[in-house]
Design a protein around this ligand. Structure first.
Ligand SMILES: Nc1ncnc2c1ncn2[C@@H]1O[C@H](COP(=O)(O)OP(=O)(O)OP(=O)(O)O)[C@@H](O)[C@H]1O
Ligand SMILES: Nc1ncnc2c1ncn2[C@@H]1O[C@H](COP(=O)(O)OP(=O)(O)OP(=O)(O)O)[C@@H](O)[C@H]1O
Ligand SMILES: [Mg+2]
Ligand SMILES: [Mg+2]
Lengths: 227, 227
């Protein structure tokens, strides 16, 4: 599914260079459920953005389903993002002038899904994350945890093979967070690959493997089921 | 310090009315350290915005240091906000075109503090939240937890009597979160009133009182030291 080899990312700020990732290598098989943990600023979101084909590494390769995504053209990258990957952003990145249901429909629009089916699917997803009564609210008319759940629903719209969730329960109370983890666990049982950046040990304990990142490097790659 | 009496907040969306707060009453004394907990969407941020004089209740009163802030004019409200209150927003609300240090200096600019003293104070605060090496980064060049810490530093710039922090550790790993809680506890020992919205029971356990909100109402007002 995912194979990262010696991936680096340097942010060039002119006078200063920030080495956000310093040579990261790992393999994630289709159907795995993996947590990524590490201190604030250690490179987790940067890694997720590279895996999600939202940005390119400075050096190294990322192979997704046998395709080296560091070598493909931008339009192919956009196609991979839309068809294969569901991305939950750490800061949600909702479109401010669209309602919750319109935000969730957006990936379905790009995928060419018809109007009635899009609406049905988007409403079903919002229901699944507990937002059935907020579907016409715009982002600035939603609470922090409600925005987060719209972002999660949107990531699931195209039933992507890979779900990359950057701190998907960060703004949620324990109970709502547990409901979201149930949802992700169920999708994983159905065969979706799930990668979750989290600071919450509770969330990490619901995965089968934890990749620890520290200062742009993997400090530990830990299997939780003893295998 | 704070006295809320029968506070309501209704968001009027035309066809629909959202009753975000349905009659909330409580008193917080100067020097208390209080947590506010409750499910996503229950009204916590709405309550914080009213306490922080960022918005007005639909009905009811909020008295801050003997002054009914629901009756004062907008310019007095702005003055109270700048002098008495440090607000950490759930979504940070940093100015995108300013660097971290410039963002932290902003309340000091409004308070008329001189250039050299502002810079000294802002750098000291960024150091205290572990961002000494990120002072010239803009918000989009910072990680989620780094943005959160800039927002915290900014709230503390004017050494406000009241610190209102809406989920200040939500984007932080356990250790960095604990450092922030140390900082807030120390400020509380020095006499600052600290009110923290949190989903984290760890954070709540470091306060002496937890106000539980559910569906726009206070469901429980719990003193943690048995007093
Ligand atoms: N555009 C950028 N320009 C310069 N530096 C950047 C940029 N984006 C991120 N950084 C830096 O790269 C490092 C890694 O950032 P990243 O967002 O990956 O951290 P993170 O592990 O997700 O942290 P958090 O847990 O706080 O979200 C940080 O130190 C950050 O300051
Ligand atoms: N501008 C608005 N217009 C309409 N409804 C709103 C608006 N702002 C908030 N709401 C609604 O009011 C309710 C309370 O929102 P609030 O942001 O106070 O919740 P919260 O307790 O902070 O939740 P979270 O833990 O998710 O941040 C939510 O159901 C939300 O959808
Ligand atoms: Mg991050
Ligand atoms: Mg909130």
């Amino acid at each position: 599914m995912f194979e990262a080899r010696n991936v680096t990312k340097v942010y060039d700020m002119g006078a200063v260079q920030v080495h956000a990732l310093r040579g990261v290598s790992f393999t994630i098989e289709q159907g795995e459920m993996v947590a990524i943990m590490g201190p604030s600023g250690s490179g987790k979101s940067t890694l997720m953005q590279l895996m999600g084909c939202l940005d390119r590494p400075t050096s190294g390769t990322i192979v997704l389903d046998g395709e080296d995504v560091t070598q493909v053209r931008d339009d192919r990258l956009a196609e991979i993002r839309n068809k294969k990957i569901g991305f939950v952003f750490q800061q949600f990145n909702l479109l401010p002038r669209l309602s919750a249901v319109e935000n969730v429909e957006l990936p379905l629009v790009y995928a060419g899904v018809g109007r009635r089916e899009r609406r049905r699917r988007a409403l079903e997803l919002l229901e699944a994350v507990g937002l059935g009564e907020r579907v016409h609210h715009r982002p600035n008319e939603l609470s922090g945890g409600q925005k987060q759940r719209v972002a999660i629903a949107r990531a699931l719209a195209n039933e992507p093979a890979v779900i990359l969730a950057d701190e998907p329960t960060g703004a949620l109370d324990t109970r709502t967070g547990a409901e979201i983890m149930q949802l992700l666990a169920r999708l994983n049982e159905q065969g979706h690959t799930v990668v979750i950046v989290t600071h919450d040990p509770e969330v990490a304990s619901r995965t089968r493997r934890v990749i620890h990142i520290r200062d742009g490097l993997i400090s530990k790659d830990e299997r939780l089921d003893g295998s």
